[in-house]
Design a binder for this molecule. Structure first.
Ligand code: SF4
Ligand code: SF4
Length: 312
């Protein structure tokens, strides 16, 4: 089945969930609600990599227990959250009592979450049949990716080669080392049979990583490149109209519709919310997109619906 047919079939299967999420969006906009709909659970901060831009790996060196994660999933669900992400560290390293992330995804689907997504660096076996989207990090051409993430590109490509039938979205963290290579990663997304789409985010300058931040000129150049890719038919997951608003930096944040949980502690929008002043320099395009979406921006609502139907 080709990528397009997969996407159409996926959309057909998710009509009820899709309508329910749309209704949530309408209520949020009309009644200015601050209820979250998207929750992320960090399973572990263990990671087998030490990427140049990372500020979260191997700090606490914790593998969070299954029972705590399960309790948080139930709590999220009761609260009305319907989109769930599992993250790390490296998500596929998480294990507890014979369980791994595949079991968590399966339980989350049984619980009733509409979308259950997994974020990974792709260095482990990424076969995970029930996940709706696997977000897989690729940070440039092989040479640049390996410069940023260590010698991992070939291993990731091998794992990706075995991931036929899954919905893989490439995830590129754009910084001043790789911003000229967004087209190359976009081309990979279009050409590789096991990749459905690509999502870009700009580097958020956490402490110790400011030297990787993009200047405003570099961001503008990159946004132009991404917009040209969207117009040229590259399967970009980001929303065209949100890119200019992102550059204006006038969008409301933190985004109250997203929460992140690590070790039982919850953060609105992201753990980065704790870093004084960092939100003003936020590089996460999804935060801008969600903020605009739930602020009632009609153009963004239209693009979000179209993107959801095409790639999820
Ligand atoms: S794979 Fe992710 S968690 Fe691990 S070092 Fe890289 S950015 Fe950090
Ligand atoms: S830096 Fe961005 S993603 Fe993090 S909390 Fe602030 S707005 Fe949210």
């Amino acid at each position: 089945m080709d990528k397009r047919n997969q996407a159409v079939e996926g959309a057909d299967m998710k009509t009820t969930e899709f309508l329910s999420l749309t209704w949530f969006g309408i209520k949020t906009i009309l009644f200015r609600m601050n209820k979250p709909i998207l929750g992320t659970i960090i399973l572990t901060d263990y990671c087998n990599l030490s990427c140049k831009h990372c500020s979260v790996n191997n700090i606490n060196r914790k593998m969070y227990p299954y029972k705590d994660i399960r309790r948080e999933m139930e709590s999220f669900y009761k609260q009305g959250i319907r989109i769930l992400f599992f993250c790390g560290g490296e998500t596929f390293l998480w294990k507890d009592g014979g369980r791994d992330v595949r079991d968590l995804v399966s339980e989350a689907k049984q619980m009733g979450f509409y979308l259950v997504n997994v974020v990974t660096n792709g260095t482990e076996d990424i076969s995970i049949p029930l996940a709706d989207v696997i977000f897989l990090s690729i940070d440039g051409t092989k040479e640049t990716h390996n410069l940023i993430r260590g010698d991992t590109y070939d291993r990731i490509m091998e794992n990706l080669g075995r991931a036929g039938g899954y919905n893989v979205c490439l995830y590129m963290a754009v910084n001043n080392l790789n911003y000229r290579e967004v087209e190359e990663v976009g081309a990979l997304a279009r050409q590789h049979p096991n990749i459905t789409s690509i999502s870009f985010n700009f580097h958020t300058p956490y402490e110790g990583t400011r030297h990787l931040a993009l200047s405003m000129e570099q961001k503008e150049e990159t946004v132009d490149r991404i917009k040209r890719m969207i117009k040229g038919g590259i399967p970009v997951f980001n929303l065209y109209s949100a890119l200019d608003v992102y550059l204006e930096n006038s969008w409301k944040r933190p985004c109250c519709q997203c929460i992140v949980s690590e070790g039982g502690i919850r953060y609105t929008c992201g753990r980065c919310v704790e870093s004084e002043g960092l939100c003003r320099e936020c590089g996460y395009l999804f935060a801008a997109e969600f903020s605009l979406l739930f602020g009632g921006n009609i153009r963004i609502i239209y693009e979000m619906l179209r993107t959801y139907l095409r790639y999820v």
